[in-house]
Design a protein around this ligand. Structure first.
Ligand code: DGL
Length: 277
């Protein structure tokens, strides 16, 4: 069913809390919109799951969100985008806006002609990402850096411990040693580690997060469909999680910057329960 009401909410999801970095930009770009967010933390990380499981999760969560009558869906997860965005666009007849690692702007702005891409192994090995490399990587050396463990650190709310710093260092330093002057954050969890990445990379390295561009693309799509909210009041946010509630409330509150209520994702949408816990 196609929803054409401009006052309907926008549904956003991620494998966990990382997509809040995208939600934050959407809130900045579209202050009056009502936002729904699902953190699939019970199944995070997606990065080490099979395509089949990731696609099932993306479809189940989108079904849940569609039940809230949204006017658009934002896949605030690079890994789910790489695996499932085509299926979502086929199965659901509403605008689906998704992530793309910022290889194109990085290739344009690098001076050293070396770019490092930090992402999950799933994202880096996907065919969508290969196409991106083929399109924009010809004149530039693009170094691919999978970062196992980083999503887990953010899911624990551990953004700056020595353990987190060491992991980031382990992934970022080899890229700098090979001459990268531009780093692409190809996973929506990583912007929460930006201060640590910046401290390690130093001030002269560009760190590119595509979230603001995704928020602008969402605005463009809504505008095109006559779906931008006309309300002048600030929009609201509602949160759901497939993970433990108390942990989610504390963590989402920490990352969103205020205390808030988080609801449990209803059990029919947690079909693969047990797989990831
Ligand atoms: N935020 C997800 C992404 O953008 C993390 C994936 C994962 O859970 O491994 O890729």
């Amino acid at each position: 069913m196609l929803v054409t009401n401009p006052e309907s909410p926008i549904g956003v999801f991620d494998s966990g809390v990382g997509g809040l970095s995208v939600l934050r930009e959407i809130r900045r770009e579209l202050p009056s919109e009502h936002l729904l967010y699902v953190a699939d933390s019970g199944y995070a990380p997606y990065g080490d799951k099979s395509d089949e499981i990731i696609e099932k999760r993306a479809v189940a969560i989108t079904h849940f969100l569609v039940g809230q009558s949204p006017k658009a869906i934002v896949v605030a997860c690079n890994t789910a985008t790489g695996v499932a965005v085509e299926t979502l666009r086929r199965q659901f007849s509403l605008p689906v806006v998704a992530m793309e690692p910022a290889v194109k702007p990085a290739a344009r702005q690098t001076k050293s002609a070396v770019v490092g891409v930090l992402a999950t192994s799933q994202t880096l090995s996907g065919s969508k990402f290969s196409r991106l490399l083929a399109a924009y990587g010809a004149d530039v050396r693009i170094l691919l850096q999978p970062c196992p463990g980083l999503v887990e650190q953010v899911e624990k709310g551990d953004l700056s411990s020595q353990e987190t710093r060491s992991l980031v260092e382990q992934y970022v330093v080899p890229l700098l040693d090979k001459g990268a002057d531009t780093l692409v954050l190809g996973c929506t969890h990583y912007p929460f580690l930006s201060p640590v990445i910046r401290a390690i990379a130093g001030p002269s390295v560009a760190i590119i997060d595509p979230s603001a561009a995704v928020a602008r693309e969402l605005r463009r799509r809504l505008q095109m469909g006559g779906l931008l909210s006309q309300d002048t009041q600030p929009g609201t946010e509602r949160f759901w999680t497939s993970g433990p509630l108390a942990t989610a409330e504390a963590l989402i509150g920490q990352l969103w910057g205020r205390s808030l209520d988080v609801q449990a994702l209803p059990s029919p949408f947690c079909l693969e329960q047990g797989l990831a816990r």
